[in-house]
Design a protein around this ligand. Sequence first.
Ligand SMILES: Cc1cc2nc3c(=O)[nH]c(=O)nc-3n(C[C@H](O)[C@H](O)[C@H](O)COP(=O)(O)OP(=O)(O)OC[C@H]3O[C@@H](n4cnc5c(N)ncnc54)[C@H](O)[C@@H]3O)c2cc1C
Length: 512
Amino acid sequence: MNTSEPNGGAIRKIVIVGGGTAGWMAAAPLAQRLARNPARGAASPCEVILIESPEIGTIGVGEATLPTIRFYNAALGLDRADFVRKTKATFKVGIDFQDWGHVGNRFFHGFGGYGPTLGKYPSHMYWLRMAKEFDNMPSLENWSISSVMAREMKFTPPTDATPSVTDAYSYGFQFDAGLYANYLRDYAVERGAERIEGMIVEVEQHPESGFITAVKLRDGRRIEGDLFIDCSGFRALLMEGALKAGYDDWSEQLPCNSALAVPCASSGPLTPYTRVTAKDSGWVWRIPLQHRTGNGHVYSNAFTSDEAARRVLLDSIDGAALDEPRQLRFVTGRRRKSWYKNCVAVGLSAGFVEPLESTSIHLIETAVGKLLELFPDRDCSPALADEFNRFMGIRYESVRDFIILHYKLTKRDDSEFWRYCANMRIPDSLRHQIELFRETGRVAVYDPHSFAEPSFVAMLMGLGVMPKRYDPFVDQADIRQVHGHFAGLRDMVAQTVARMPGHEAYLATQLQ
Ligand SMILES: Cc1cc2nc3c(=O)[nH]c(=O)nc-3n(C[C@H](O)[C@H](O)[C@H](O)COP(=O)(O)OP(=O)(O)OC[C@H]3O[C@@H](n4cnc5c(N)ncnc54)[C@H](O)[C@@H]3O)c2cc1C
């Protein structure tokens, strides 16, 4: 170690491999904070280089997000209206589930809770008590403001008037993946990131440490670096190709391994939500953008043919197809290490869980945020890598379990695929979550920074799990008071939503 650099020496050159959503989402905050640019002068002598191959291109999907995208955008200082304009975005208050659990079932997973609650206990506990006392109790969704907004096709951003119905919801965006990557590319390049076009054909490693020292391009160029970020997509060029990190395959419990994606012309009003409809051997998505609708069919080719899957997709779209369906294959799972030596995998190179709850971009935000928090010196302390891998492992596994839940709780027996899902083995962690809720109405949240209690309640109850009992402390409240609170709140939710602008009308205010 150089004694004049007591921390092991600052990183001087970061090389990002890949210019898809992950690559540019990594490049933008690194350029913002570190890149050498005229404004910063010599104070931060770090180069941020991104290499991408237009010949290979990007995966070209990934258009629905979770609310956390707003925090990522805000940290970059992006102007919301500018972002909405340039990425052709719409607003998203949750996901509309159709035919999940059983054919004909419909429920909404809204972003936000069922509040404000009455006392110290979660709203759904009071609702469960009332459902036991009163016949024909209206669905809990009536107290989820985001669900009511979706039903009424309304949108306005929440206020900070805590605690009130007007801040009991959240929102994300649905955007054009290519435009978002371009938007972040311009941002990063303006702040000093350098973009290189080229095809990487070789990865060089230090003979003793195994650290990556450089990547070689087909045209002979050699790009050296101190820290490499692998955003090369499913190829995982550095993390698997060079470093052989290994992969945990989760396809036994998440059997979908294929997708077909096709854009179609917009039709009907713009929904402030993504729709996911269960099909015989998977499900189809519908993501409305300003200029088109994104559609896709996620399925298992062990249970249906690609041609049959294509027909299911084309039958489900509600506008003229704008292209031929594009075929994608994947293996659900996670790279055993997403930080190894001087390389960090971000995006599809780190793992993939199908996009049913739009979690992949969220996992990119998480990885980029954690990398900044644990930013290494040139020696890339293994302790930092261990902490990164520990944290990301918890996040990936909590997302995995949440998605398995959607399949496991099905009562559908109309196809071999659904019978497989109903009978498959599931992780003990998820089995415990389901049993705890079924028996007591309580939710075990393993990862407090991922899906929160109201999300589990929406999915478990939406899929037909009605808890046998509720928290006994809830019985201490006077039932007339509980009833009054809920009746008043339901009216307030309905009135608040009635005053909101329609989604399209609000969107128009952002486009002026
Ligand atoms: C069917 C499907 C639907 C999805 N829907 C959603 C969704 O709704 N919401 C969500 O959050 N996520 C979704 N995702 C995930 C999302 O698409 C990805 O997380 C996101 O696009 C990031 O991809 P990436 O940047 O890791 O990889 P890619 O987009 O594949 O980018 C890889 C980059 O690496 C470059 N590259 C590769 N090899 C080389 C080489 N040898 N030399 C130089 N460059 C190279 C490529 O050129 C490209 O620039 C979906 C994924 C699938 C499969």
